[in-house]
Design a protein around this ligand. Structure first.
Ligand code: ASP
Length: 594
């Protein structure tokens, strides 16, 4: 039976008590982690979001009625206890913050009972995620998830206070907005008042934050919910949160400067990590060349080496034909791995096939300096020596090579590099390595659409020195765009924006929009640009991913209170769901029977 808490007031959270409170009478409330009846004495571990506290019940303190109630307590009951803080009578528990104290109860109220929970509430749960997500409110009681959400709250707070101090204004932008065709698929919301018309949920506040700059707000930020109806991927959420910002009268360096200081404060104050400023910067071209990735993990080496020059005249057709087709031959030196068993090498070759590799050539340098290789017979001794030298190979090393068009070589070796690092356990989660990647290509050619699409988004400014290429060689234009990368994960990105309507119109033209189509979609922005627009730039972080890395979790679901699963459904509420015919009728929507 549920009792009232009338007359009681919680005085402390469980772990707000310590041996300094010994002798005090306190009132604590929370969930029963476990209870043990040792005959005449009952021990209860009481849990709240701060941690665990031991309560002991004895009839002489709590009375016969109270003791009887205590005998009924089960896991996940919610109770209130009034009692005296004492030094622990039994052994001190070093694993608990409150391991040297206990509360001797003299009053107990059972505020609510609980059925037997479908799984135990415990750190590092072994319970299958689907079941945990169905009972997310129970799952969220687990200390690891509570820590993650507390960390998330802390980071949000630090962000707000830092940016406010830097003169940013927190401004909300609409959730019901207009569908824009560039980028991912929109989530649509039907309008009842305008049957047949739809709002879109924002993929990001991009256009609105630019309009706020046009409106003179200077420095804006928002912890913004964003929605993208993307294809199913394990670690994607249809709705996610950005730390979004935009600044006026700035260029690349200004955005980078304020964000480096934000990151420094955020990491120091939330997880005690020092970030040394300035953060290293690398152009996109260099990142691809050295790491085969635009978000390189720089915690370890295994860099790519271009050996096209060394192999151009060799007799190995795989190499030379890739070069003849305009591609390249590049390698990675897995130092000290010459003895890698054939099986493991084959597994790596198999792994990179997913990234377009037709194969992977390799060469092991034996301890005696001789070579064991998949292609040695096609090359002269000199050619092999030259290749090994270019790769900085020494006895005991294992060299891998990929030959293809650049794009494939980068994808293959970039991913091989990561797979090697995982296998060789080179990835230290306690090591936080930040990197700015700059000068991204403005455009990328879409084979599917047979046209250029914006690599970042259509409002990104070309680099001044490349502007003239917009007409002649758009694929070569670099952008004033930057990503902030942490341990091989892009945690944020942004750009300086186009603020001249001529350039913006030109950009739409390159993207294949007629002027009419551009105005139809983005007229409000293009018109705003004609009424006084300041130069502006911005950036957005993916907050979920950022917290995931800070919390050293492997899944963003572990840092989101109520996440969705891979097929974009919520296992707890069972959304999405069908709706009443009446609702559909009001919206003028008819659903086709499948
Ligand atoms: N709106 C961009 C994004 O969501 C970020 C930015 O350019 O500020 O990626």
């Amino acid at each position: 039976m549920a009792e009232s808490m009338k007359g009681l007031r919680r005085s402390h959270r469980c772990t707000e008590l310590s041996n300094r409170n010994i002798g005090e009478t306190v009132t604590v409330m929370g969930w029963v982690q476990k209870s043990r009846n040792k005959g005449g004495i009952i021990f209860v571990d009481l849990r709240d979001r701060s941690g665990i506290l031991q309560i002991i019940f004895e009839e002489s303190d709590v009375g016969s009625e109270g003791f009887e109630k205590a005998e009924h307590i089960r896991s996940e009951y919610v109770i209130a206890v009034v009692g005296k803080v004492e030094a622990r009578s039994g052994a001190v528990n070093k694993d608990l913050k409150t391991g040297d104290i206990e509360i001797r109860a003299n009053e107990l109220r059972i505020l609510s009972e609980a059925d037997t929970p479908p799984f135990p509430v415990e750190e590092d749960s072994k319970t299958k995620e689907d079941l945990r997500l169905k009972y997310r409110y129970l799952d969220l009681r687990r200390p690891d998830l509570q820590r993650n959400l507390m960390l998330r709250s802390k980071v949000a707070n630090i962000t707000r206070s830092f940016l406010t101090e830097e003169g940013f204004l927190e401004i909300e932008t609409p959730m019901l907005t207009k569908s824009t065709p560039e980028g991912a698929r929109d989530y649509l919301v039907p309008s009842r008042v305008h049957p047949g018309n739809f709002y879109a949920l924002p993929q990001s506040p991009q256009l609105f934050k630019q309009l706020l700059m046009c409106a003179g707000y200077d420095r804006y930020f928002q912890l913004a919910k964003c929605f993208r109806d993307e294809d199913l991927r394990a670690d994607r959420q249809p709705e996610f949160t950005q730390i979004d910002m935009e600044l006026s009268f700035v260029d690349v360096d200004d955005v980078i400067d304020v964000n480096e200081r934000l990151l420094q404060k955020m990491f120091k104050e939330s997880i005690g990590i020092d970030i040394e400023l300035p953060i290293q910067r690398m152009t996109y071209a260099e990142a691809m060349d050295r790491f085969g990735s635009d978000k390189p993990d720089i915690r370890f080496g295994l860099e790519l080496v271009n050996v096209s020059e060394q192999v151009k005249d060799c007799g190995f057709g795989v190499f030379t034909s890739a070069l003849e087709k305009g591609g390249s031959v590049r390698g990675i030196n897995a130092e000290g791995q010459a003895a890698m068993p054939r099986k493991k090498i084959d597994a790596l070759i198999d792994y990179v096939k997913d990234f377009g590799a037709k194969g992977l050539a390799y060469l092991a340098i034996n301890e005696d300096g001789s070579y064991k290789s998949s292609f040695a017979k096609f090359m002269t001794e000199d050619q092999l020596d030259g290749l090994v030298k270019a790769m900085n190979g020494k006895a005991g090393d294992l060299l891998f090579f990929a030959a293809d068009e650049d794009e494939i070589v980068f994808a293959v070796l970039g991913n091989l590099r990561l797979e090697l690092a995982r296998n060789l356990e080179l990835l230290d989660k306690d090591d936080y390595k930040f990197l700015w990647v700059t000068e991204f290509p403005l455009l990328e050619y879409s084979e599917e659409d047979k046209r250029f699409v914006a690599k970042h988004h259509p409002f990104t400014m070309p680099m001044d020195e490349d502007l003239h290429l917009l007409d002649t060689d758009p694929g070569k234009v670099r952008a004033k765009a930057y990503d902030i990368v942490l341990n091989g994960t892009e945690i944020g990105g942004g750009s300086v924006r186009i603020y001249q309507s001529e350039i913006q119109e030109k950009m739409f033209e390159v993207l294949g929009f007629t002027k009419e189509a551009a105005y139809e979609r983005f007229g409000f922005l293009l018109n705003a640009f004609k009424l006084g627009v300041p130069p502006h730039a911005g950036l957005a972080y993916g907050l979920d991913r950022l917290i995931m890395l800070m919390a050293k979790e492997d899944s963003i679901r572990d840092v989101i209170a109520f996440p969705k699963v891979k097929d974009a459904s919520c296992l707890m509420t069972e959304a999405p769901n069908t709706v009443d015919d009446k609702q559909l009728k009001e919206l003028g929507i008819e659903v086709k029977k499948r």
